[in-house]
Every structure is written in structure tokens, then in C-alpha cells.
Design a protein around this ligand. Structure first.
Ligand code: 13P
Length: 263
């Protein structure tokens, strides 16, 4: 089956409001000329600026094919949680997606599979599509436990999700050792883990659901390596860090997704 490809730019903690305006306008201009529905399925484009720029970014992309995501959220909708932002609030400013469980959140903010699971449920009940990140560290890969780690993470974060809910998620495989390091997983390494994730979802739910699941790859994706990665059978998109901070490399990755889709 042909799945759509989803290219999302995770800006992380980069770009102030002025730089946001410049970057979004540049992306908008470059994306205009792209034919993002080259086959039966399409290439979907998402930008994930910092919280503080979401409202402005939402205004700038109105009427375009670019969609908006946040990089995190809390699992309660309202209340005395100083400094936090809820799914309801993200939805209200025009977000359609939210990245959850990014390895930087797991590493620096001690997010666990249990917490990420609560956030996923809250995102879904507010009709936000969670982009759920999983991935092994270098130590884990070297010691040969990648499959176990991915299995534990996938089962943990998806725990208790219904058949209907599971159809509305995206998973991003981001090997921690490939993030911001310039080291990309080989296409084979990545595709194998993507196949494992799809198999896990088929065992937990059904093959019909697993077959439709969008699984992105993330970790040093750039304009040079995107086409090869995106041409793999089970790689349905990219979660791009560094290379999304420049409009030319980000749109070139979108272009690679379009080309890969035509194959
Ligand atoms: P880089 O593309 O900078 O390696 O970051 C990947 C990432 O963490 C996207 O979420």
C-alpha cells in the first residue's frame, strides 16, 4: 500500500519570534512551487517552532499546506501547573500535531514511557496527532539490545490506546546516537527498526492498522541523505532537526520525499 510521507521540522529551542517570521515566510515561498501530491498519497509538511512562536507561525501558514506542531505538552488540560502548556491550548492556536517523548525530553527532563503515554492520551482526546519518538542510545545499540529497547518503548507509550486512537498516531524512530551528530543510521539499520515497530503494532492491534501507520525516521537527516532514507519501504517521512532551520535544506528534504514517492 502507498502511505503518505510526513516531513516535520523540529526546530527545538531555536529561532526567536523575528527569526520565526523570516524562516516561515521563506519556507512558505519555497513550498509554493512544489507538487506535494505526486502519487495517490501526498507529502505532508509540518513545522514545529517553539511554543512562544506558535501563534505567529499559525497566522503565517494560514491557507497554505503547511501544518503546525508543538514540541511538547503537559498531560493535564488546565490547572495549577506553572510553566506548562496543555493539548487544549495547543489545539486552540491551530496545532494539528505535537511531538511527544523526544529523546531530549527523556534525557534532560526525565520523561518516562508512562508519562509519555499519559500525554499521548491527552493529545488524542484533544484531536492532536502525537508524533511519538522512540529510539535507542549508542550504548544500547552497541550492546545489541536495540530491539528490546524499541519493544519496551513502543509497548509502554502505546499502553491502553484503543483501535480508534492508534489510527491517529505517528511514530518517529530516532536513534539517539544519530541526533545532532551527523551520524545517520544506514538505510538498512533504519528500515529494520521501522519494520520491527510495524510488526509490534500489528501484534498489538492488527496488520491493517500497522500497514497504515506513518513511521518517520529522525537523526541527522539532511538534503544529501534524505532521498535514500525516504526511498526505503518502511520509512514514511522524516523528523528533521538541524536541517530544518534553513529553508533551502528543509524544502530540499520535502523535494526528496516527493521524488521518493514517485518511485
Ligand atoms: P538532527 O536532525 O539535528 O539530528 O535532529 C533530529 C531530531 O532530534 C529531530 O527531532
Amino acid at each position: 500500500m502507498i502511505r503518505s510521507k510526513l516531513i516535520a521540522g523540529n526546530w527545538k529551542m531555536n529561532k526567536d519570534i523575528h527569526e520565526t517570521v523570516t524562516l516561515v515566510n521563506e519556507i512558505k515561498e519555497r513550498v509554493k512551487s512544489l507538487e506535494t501530491s505526486p502519487a495517490e498519497a501526498s507529502v505532508d509538511i509540518v513545522i514545529c517552532p517553539p511554543f512562544i512562536s506558535l501563534v505567529v507561525a499559525a497566522g503565517l501558514i494560514k491557507g497554505t499546506q503547511i501544518k503546525l506542531a508543538a514540541q511538547n505538552m503537559y498531560y493535564q488540560n488546565d490547572g495549577a501547573y506553572t510553566g506548562e502548556t496543555s493539548a487544549r491550548m495547543l489545539k486552540a492556536v491551530g496545532c494539528e500535531y505535537v511531538i511527544l517523548g523526544h529523546s531530549e525530553r527523556r534525557q534532560y527532563f526525565e520523561e518516562t514511557n508512562e508519562l509519555i503515554n499519559l500525554k499521548i492520551k491527552q493529545a488524542l482526546s484533544n484531536k492532536l496527532t502525537p508524533i511519538i519518538c522512540v529510539g535507542e542510545t549508542l550504548e544500547e545499540r552497541v550492546s545489541g539490545v536495540t530491539d528490546q529497547i524499541i519493544t519496551t518503548q513502543v509497548k509502554g507509550v502505546l499502553s491502553g490506546l484503543t483501535m480508534q486512537e492508534i489510527e491517529k498516531i505517528v511514530i518517529a524512530y530516532e536513534p539517539v546516537w544519530a541526533i545532532g551528530t551527523g551520524k545517520t543510521a544506514t538505510t538498512d539499520q533504519a528500515n529494520q527498526v521501522h519494520k520491527l515497530i510495524r510488526k509490534l503494532v500489528s501484534q498489538l492491534y492488527s496488520w491493517a492498522i500497522a500497514e497504515k501507520l506513518i513511521i518517520q525516521y529522525g537523526g541527522s537527516v539532511n538534503a544529501q541523505n534524505a532521498f535514500e532514507l525516504l526511498s526505503q519501504s518502511d520509512i514514511d517521512g522524516a523528523l528533521v532537526g538541524g536541517a530544518c532551520l534553513k529553508s533551502d535544506s528543509f524544502t530540499s528534504i520535502i523535494g526528496s520525499a516527493i521524488e521518493a514517492m514517485k518511485k
